[in-house]
Design a binder for this molecule. Sequence first.
Ligand code: FEO
Length: 385
Amino acid sequence: MKVTDTIFNIGINDKKITLFEGQFPVENGMAYNSYIILDEKIAVMDTVEEEFGDIWIENIEAKIDGRKPDYLVVQHMEPDHSSNIQKFVEKYPEAVVVSNKKAFDVMFSFFREINLEGKTLVVGEGDTLNLGTHELCFVLAPMVHWPEVMVTYDKKDKVLFSADGFGKFGTSCAEEEWIDEARRYYFGIVGKFGAQVQALLNKASILDIHTICPLHGPILKENLGYYLDLYDKWSKYQADTEGVLIAYTSVYGNTRKAVEMLAENLKEKNCVNVELCDLTQVHISEAVEKAFKYDKIVLATTTYNGDIFPQMKFFLTAIADRNFQNRKIGLIENGAWAPTAAKVMTKSLENCKKLEYIDNSVKIKASLSEENIVEIEKFADEIIK
Ligand code: FEO
């Protein structure tokens, strides 16, 4: 796939994979992008997931017209991108592997037998590599998503090779809107590292970027401000959509009745974006993505073993682990004799910053009472106030 006249995506679309990294469902597959830059010197940017090594080498061969690659640039050592380093080195023994010191340390841990003597170029922040007309500039991006990550800017074509940054689930040609699967990918993979993403965005802000080439998902060529703005918001833990996520669990349907009533109330009050999320029915990565999408969240669950329902507990741990913050929160609890879920939910998020709880939670004892129905109406007013 052509990126510019001299840069091509030689990566792979894995349409058979169902679970990325053993935990993220990927209904529309997964892309492992890798790029080749054809110039007086030839550079290959990253490899692909292990099982696609042969096809990837064929993709390289199809572009180099009998020449040999001069460089393999390794931006990230996670195996979805690095698994074929050894295969590349064996196929092209004259090539030099270009990466930073930390990445080489990780590389030698993954590839115990690899011999790169005299075939490495260690680069650091701001170092450049001249390919002829293209000049690559390396920018360290620690923790986006591992500590050894770097991104690369091509001064000639103004392309940012962004490693995991700006990636998404799905193949590079999946016909779906970018935002939801990119948000799920972002918060699933690097959501914890907002400060480090901000640091990278600051470094990128001085670059004149015309194209973003991530290691996953489609190549971004138009309206780049849209994607950069979303990454800025996400990494500052700001919502990108005004609205209310109602995340709930219900054992016998009574908590469900309460949240459905709340959703109706909110819609009647002209709250356009109201989304109900039954935590027992959606994958945790989807629930997390929705939590970070909206600026308000209602948590509704039952008291269970003196604690809260397991899926709610898992959900709250998952968002707290990703620095959930800057949100307005309302709580609904249910318990047949001694509801304590609101207290437990609040405690679960006690280390999250800038959470604004609405004054009154709704306490249901087993099933909705007349008082609860009035409380839910007031609760709706408060959450959107
Ligand atoms: Fe796509 Fe962090 O690897």
